[in-house]
Design a protein around this ligand. Structure first.
Ligand SMILES: Nc1ncnc2c1ncn2[C@@H]1O[C@H](COP(=O)(O)OP(=O)(O)OP(=O)(O)O)[C@@H](O)[C@H]1O
Length: 242
C-alpha cells in the first residue's frame, strides 16, 4: 500500500512569555529583561505513517498538539526537528477563514482560495456554480466576507476545499460551527471522499462521530503519540473505560 503522509520524528517547540509582578518587572528592567521566556514541546518526537485511503482520527484533550500536527502536515508550520512527506494535493480546513481576504467578496475569495489550494482559473470557473450551490450562500456571494457569520465562512471554505479534488484532506474541528443540516452534508461529503480512496485526517471533539467515521485513531498526550489503534478503543481509553 502506498504511503500518503509520513511524519518522521517531528518536534515543534513554542515559547511562552510570562510577565510577572510590577516589582519583578522593575527588577528585570534593570537587568534589561521584562519577561521570562520558557519553551515547551507541543510535539515531541512524533512519528506516524498514514497510507493512501486511510481515514484517521487525531485524538487528544485540549492542548495535546493535534492542531499543531495538522498545521505541520499542511505546511502552515515548519517542524523544528524531523521531516514530513505528503504525496499528492493537500486541502486543509484547519482555521476557518484562513486564506480568505475580509475585504473581498465571497465570489472573489472563491477564486483566491481556489488558487491557494492549487486550482487554475479555468478549473475554478468550471466548478464555481457547484461550489456556490454546495455552500448554499448564493444570496451573499457578492457580499464582502467580513460580514459573514462563522457558519457562512465554514460553508464557503468547505465548499472550495472539497471541490479542489484533494488527495489528502485535513479537517480540524471546524464542523462545530456549521448548523446541523450543513454538518450532515459535510459528513456525507467526507464519507464520499473516503469511498473514493482519499486520505483523510480529522480532528474533532465529537468522539462518537469520529470513531464511527474513521478506520484508525491516533491519541496524542502532551505532544506524544501514546496510542495508535482502532478508533473506538482509543475513545474508550480517553474516557477512562479501559
Ligand atoms: N503559535 C503558538 N504559540 C505558542 N503556543 C502555541 C501556538 N500554537 C499552539 N500552541 C500551544 O501548543 C500546545 C498544543 O496546541 P494545539 O492547538 O496543537 O492543541 P490541540 O490538541 O489542537 O488543542 P485543542 O483540542 O484545544 O484544539 C498548546 O499548549 C498551545 O497553547
Amino acid at each position: 500500500m502506498n504511503q500518503s503522509i509520513v511524519v518522521d520524528r517531528v518536534s515543534k517547540r513554542f515559547t511562552i512569555r510570562h510577565v510577572r509582578s510590577l516589582k519583578e518587572m522593575a527588577a528585570r528592567a534593570v537587568r534589561r529583561r521584562s519577561e521570562t521566556v520558557d519553551s515547551f514541546a507541543a510535539l515531541n518526537d512524533v512519528s506516524i505513517t498514514i497510507n493512501e485511503g486511510e481515514t484517521v482520527a487525531l485524538l487528544g484533550f485540549n492542548g495535546s498538539g493535534k492542531s499543531t500536527l495538522l498545521k505541520c502536515i499542511s505546511g502552515v508550520l515548519t517542524p523544528d526537528e524531523g521531516q514530513i512527506g505528503v504525496r499528492g494535493r493537500i486541502a486543509g480546513l484547519i482555521e476557518v477563514g484562513a486564506g480568505f481576504h475580509p475585504d473581498l467578496t465571497g465570489r472573489e475569495n472563491v477564486y483566491l482560495n481556489g488558487a491557494i489550494l492549487g486550482m487554475t482559473e479555468a478549473q475554478i470557473e468550471e466548478k464555481f456554480a457547484e461550489i456556490v450551490a454546495f455552500s448554499e450562500i448564493e444570496d451573499f456571494i457578492d457580499t464582502e466576507v467580513k460580514f459573514y457569520s462563522s457558519g457562512m465562512f465554514l460553508r464557503l471554505a468547505f465548499a472550495v476545499a472539497v471541490h479542489t479534488d484533494p488527495d489528502v484532506f485535513l479537517v480540524d474541528e471546524i464542523l462545530a460551527v456549521g448548523d446541523e443540516p450543513f454538518q450532515r452534508k459535510c459528513l456525507d461529503r467526507i464519507r464520499l471522499l473516503r469511498s473514493q480512496g482519499k486520505t483523510l485526517v480529522i480532528v474533532s471533539h465529537d468522539l462518537n462521530m469520529v470513531a464511527d467515521l474513521c478506520d484508525r485513531g491516533i491519541l496524542l498526550e502532551h505532544g506524544v503519540v501514546v496510542m495508535d489503534a482502532e478508533p473506538h478503543a482509543v475513545v474508550r481509553r480517553m474516557r477512562g473505560e479501559e
